[in-house]
Write a protein that binds this ligand. Structure first.
Ligand SMILES: [Zn+2]
Length: 567
């Protein structure tokens, strides 16, 4: 492609509303164009990258035996009402009505549609296992779209569902997808960790996420360098502290804490540490009121609490309910004589006495011991913290940030049961199909690649996803010799199937070099004054220095570099 013909525009200035580096670079390199908040066009250079990522995904999905189809983005409400997700997606779902006032949505996820498709086409065990996938535009009405195409309202995803006879089949299908995912992320040049994660609104039992390491990531990942354990904050397990302490010999005694409702206020008033306190928080879990307790310096992990309770919804109890059940103002709830189910964190087990709310306005109780002064179910319900050891090997943990690139969720029969997606076995007996789902955010992958591959001058695309592999820059297009050498090299590289740009613009060399670096073309050949002596300059984007070559060796050098970078 000649750059005089290429539809692109780079920017020198940094766009003011772009908070993260990838967003800035995508705008500056002219890869995307903002249409509205969280809605972007992919411009020709950006779209080439997107298609390359898609191409790698397709190759690996096909190689793993999956079959591609394309389902609609405009979907009827009934499909989501049957599984309850018409409600659970809430405001994130883009809803609309057709001219007959029937409800529709723009697909926020397609598990329902995969399930209906297979239900209508498959009835026998002979047709299983089956893995279907699509590359589709997704819609989420994000509360706060940001970071360019990382959290946008319209984005491109590869999603897939597997259908198996039983759990064993699902295990095999998800293993095959796991291997395909590893190959995909390796090929697109990402450094990533696979973590145990919470499956959120998908409702699956077991979930893994592929997280690309990046400071711009929205998820906090916990990782152990020693044994390789990795998990999201929501999922990271806290291990029990040993029960070393003897039972507190003193019995509970009230202490006046007028107006002290928060941990900081109580410790300030009593001159104690926050670790001496245990906080009691009342929740409404589905319809029931429950109390959850953690040490004063800890945070309750609501995902763990929900999992432990097996509830579908969890929210903090309203003030009225707190007053009714504790008989006190908010801020003084405690476990002693509290007439609700109490779940206490592992750290509260043992003989140690804690300071807790007294269920009496303006008072706390001290020397309160779990098991003696109140009965609680002990469970891991808190957020992991910096001082926690690795749950597997007890080594120190590392906290980092990551961008969620893909997920593997074992859905089981949740969708097949609600949709009547069944098969007949050899004996003619009916069973619901056992499902898994597998997503990769394609437009988000582009963000993660740039976050991991850039320098102060621009993007450094891994060769497999670069919009073009090489660029030829005649330093002065008005110089006949330079123009001729550049043109013949351009023709030769095209003939040898290199994806090559020829920067034939009548611009200063500095401008052209800056653009090539900003766009991130991996290989550059400069054709300057020495073209008259038969020499050109050869430079790799990720290397500091250029080297001189006879121009008749330049095409070979480009092809060689492609081979080397590729491997
Ligand atoms: Zn470990």
């Amino acid at each position: 492609m000649r750059m005089t013909r290429l539809f692109f525009k780079t920017m020198r200035e940094t766009p003011s509303d772009a908070e993260i580096i990838s967003h800035r670079l995508m705008l500056r390199a002219g890869l995307i164009r903002k249409q509205a908040a969280g809605i972007y066009s992919f411009m020709p250079l950006g779209y080439r990258v997107l298609k390359k990522i898609e191409g790698i995904i397709r190759e690996e999905m096909d190689a793993a035996g999956a079959q591609e189809l394309l389902m609609p983005a405009l979907l009827p409400a009934e499909s989501y009402r049957e599984t309850g997700r018409w409600d659970t997606f809430g405001d994130e779902m883009f809803r609309l009505k057709d001219r007959s006032k029937r409800d529709f949505c723009l697909g926020p996820a397609h598990e329902e549609i995969f399930t209906e498709t297979v239900r209508d086409c498959v009835s026998s065990y002979r047709d299983l296992p089956l893995v279907l996938y699509q590359v589709q535009t997704r819609y989420r009405d994000e509360l706060r779209p940001r970071f360019g195409t990382m959290r946008s309202r319209e984005f491109i995803m590869k999603d897939a569902c597997s259908f198996d006879r039983d759990e064993e089949g699902l295990e095999a299908s998800s293993q095959a997808m796991y291997r395909a995912y590893r190959r995909i992320f390796d090929r697109i040049g990402l450094k990533y960790t696979v973590i145990d994660a919470d499956s959120g609104t998908m409702g699956g039992a077991v979930s893994q996420e592929f997280m690309a390491w990046s400071q711009a990531g929205e998820s906090v990942i916990v990782r152990c360098q020693k044994c390789g354990y990795a998990a999201s904050m929501e999922k990271a397990r806290c291990v029990a502290v040993p029960k070393a302490e003897a039972i507190d010999p003193q019995l509970p005694e009230p202490v006046a804490t007028p107006g002290a409702r928060t941990i900081a206020e109580v410790t300030g008033l009593l001159g104690c540490r926050d670790t001496d306190l245990a906080k009691t928080i009342l929740y409404k879990a589905d319809q029931d009121l429950v109390a959850a307790m953690v040490r004063g310096d800890r945070e309750i992990n609501e995902a763990k609490l929900m999992q432990y309770l097996g509830c579908d919804s969890l929210e903090m109890a309203d003030e009225g309910s707190v007053r009714a059940v504790t008989g006190a103002e908010v801020g003084f709830a405690g476990p002693v004589d509290l007439p609700v189910r109490i779940i206490a964190d592992l750290e509260l087990e043992g003989g140690r006495g804690f300071i807790v709310g007294a269920n009496k306005t303006g008072f706390h109780l001290r020397h309160v011991v779990s098991g003696r002064d109140f009965q609680a179910e002990i469970a891991d319900i808190r957020m992991i913290a910096a001082d926690d050891p690795c749950p597997r090997c007890k080594a120190a943990l590392e906290f980092g940030r990551g961008i969620e690139m893909g997920h593997i969720i074992k859905l089981g029969t949740k969708y097949s049961e609600s949709k009547g997606c069944i098969y007949l076995d050899e004996k003619g007996l009916e069973h619901p199909m056992v499902m898994g789902c597998y997503g990769i955010g394609i437009s988000r992958a582009m963000v993660a690649i740039i976050e991991q591959h850039h320098d102060e001058n621009g993007i450094l695309w891994p060769l497999n996803v670069a919009p073009y592999q090489a660029v030829i820059v005649p330093v002065n297009v008005l110089d006949e010799k330079q123009a001729k050498v550049a043109e013949s090299l351009y023709q030769e590289l095209k003939r040898r199937n290199v994806e090559v740009l020829l920067d034939d613009r009548n611009e200063r060399a500095g401008v052209k070099f800056k653009d090539a670096d900003l766009i991130g073309i991996p290989i550059r050949v400069n054709v300057g004054r020495k073209a008259a002596e038969g020499l050109v300059e050869f430079k790799l984007r990720h290397e500091e220095k250029a080297r001189e070559l006879p121009y008749d060796k330049a095409a070979d050098a480009v092809l060689e570099a492609i081979e080397i970078i590729r491997t």
